[in-house]
Write a protein that binds this ligand. Structure first.
Ligand code: ATP
Ligand code: MG
Length: 421
């Protein structure tokens, strides 16, 4: 039997309802905050990711699904969404009408990592991105919106970790200090970090290897190196978050796995996930639009790990499965033809409908109606045909009413509504 590819997964009925619920909740919340949806291709020119994410990142070095298409051009299944959103923002000159654009997108990402709990090779993200706003107030609003989503999804044991990565004016000094520090602990670092630390010492702070994590404990903190502008920006973000009652932890060693971040950087973690404890990450990327060939317009955004969200929320897909309002149980060919008509008409009226699937007896149809959690069963057999009625049974109260077949759709809806006003 052919199985799915390792690290990929099916989202089955019974689970998918939770995914739908989360999608709807996120979209609804984001739209309240002025965001519009954007849908993007899952494949892009490799160069887009190589240039935006950065050459010596885990993603670009070893995780991308890159291959030549049939004519030889290198294409990549997107490992993250921000690069594509920025590409689209530039390509369609969205800034021409209004540099301020608030966009969200939901969809699959691909990274060839070691599959384990909370880490897949095709996983899903919910992204929100804001272009054209320099003010630190938008940083705070974005983090507020992110934590409001967790609250709406009943995910309570999360913590927001926040840091400033500085800007091209102040980061070089920090990099120098960090490089000096790392030179001293070099023999304790993993081979990747030894290779990278000269070129890009910030990467070492993001390394997940335990010995690297231990080695950086005494490393210099970004906060001590910020220029006045970055310091003020960060102070406004934290002050605004306090005003908005969003609890946060300042983490001087928080950097992100992507190269293009500047100033505000944040991550949401939860204790419920074990090793893969990041449920969302984001930050400012003020230089990215320009680096990818657009005008000098700032940006900020976040990505939520959708799969991990489904694992930490106490909500269950089964609780969102739609139950039939009416199950039509019919016996005999004539009745079954009527059942088909009724089910189609009731469905068009907006009810959730189901009918017998060819079961021989009324009993087995009632059993299936019960298993599906049907609220009402509409019964029609020889006797009802003769009397030109159908029996509507309320499955909760067990009350049965004989309804005339004439205008049956109207009769059923009236009966249901009078029972549940
Ligand atoms: P991690 O530290 O867990 O490797 P990351 O820094 O690589 O995460 P980002 O690129 O910031 O992650 O992506 C944002 C979010 O997407 C993460 O916080 C996480 O919840 C989720 N995510 C990242 N990689 C995976 C994966 N392979 N499988 C499932 N979710 C993932
Ligand atoms: Mg990662």
């Amino acid at each position: 039997m052919i199985q799915l590819i390792r690290g990929f997964k099916d989202i089955l009925p019974g689970e998918v309802e939770l995914w739908q619920h989360i999608e709807k909740t996120a979209a609804g919340l984001f739209e309240q905050f002025g965001f519009q949806e954007i849908r993007l291709p899952i494949m892009e020119h490799t160069e887009l990711f190589a240039r935006s994410i950065g050459q010596d990142t885990d993603i670009v070095e070893k995780e991308m699904y890159t291959f030549p298409d049939r004519k030889g051009a290198l294409v990549t299944l997107r490992p993250e969404a921000t690069a594509s959103v920025v590409r689209s923002y530039i390509q369609h000159k969205m800034y021409a009408t209004d540099p301020v654009q608030k966009l969200y997108t939901i969809g699959p990402m691909f990274r060839r990592e070691r599959p384990q709990k909370g880490r897949y090779r095709q996983f899903y993200q919910i992204n929100a991105e804001v272009f054209g706003i320099d003010s630190p107030l938008i940083d705070a609003q974005l983090i507020f919106m992110l934590s409001a989503l967790f609250t709406r999804l009943s995910i309570l044991d999360t913590s927001v970790h926040i840091n400033s990565l500085g800007c091209p004016a102040c980061r070089p000094d920090f990099k120098k200090a960090l490089s000096l520090f790392l030179a001293d602990v070099k023999e304790k670092l993993c081979p990747d970090c030894i290779r990278r630390h000269g070129q890009n010492p910030l990467r070492v702070l993001d390394c997940k290897v335990p010995s690297c994590r231990e080695s950086i404990v005494g490393a210099p903190s970004l906060g001590d190196f910020l220029c006045d502008h970055c310091r003020r920006h960060f102070a406004t973000v934290t002050r605004s978050l306090e005003g908005l009652d969003v609890p946060f932890v300042i983490d001087g060693k928080l950097v992100r796995g992507l190269d293009y971040y500047s100033r505000t950087t944040f991550e949401v973690r939860t204790e419920a996930l074990g090793a893969q404890n990041a449920v969302a990450g984001g930050g400012r990327y003020d230089g990215l639009v320009k680096a990818l060939g657009g005008p000098d317009i700032p940006g900020i955004g976040f990505a939520i790990g959708f799969d991990r969200l489904t694992e930490v929320t106490g909500l269950k897909g089964k609780d969102f499965v739609k139950k039939p309002d009416v199950f039509v149980a019919a016996l005999g060919e004539k009745s079954m033809a009527l059942a088909l008509e009724w089910v189609c008409a009731l469905g068009l009226e907006g009810l959730v409908v189901e009918m017998g699937a060819g079961e021989k007896s009324l009993k087995s149809q009632m059993k299936r109606a019960d298993r599906l959690g049907a609220r009402h069963v509409l019964i029609v057999g020889e006797k009802e045909l003769a009397e030109k009625t159908a029996i509507l049974r309320n499955m909760a109260t067990k009350v049965q009413s004989a309804l005339p077949m004439d205008h049956i759709v109207k009769n059923v809806i009236e009966n249901i509504n009078s029972a549940h006003p």
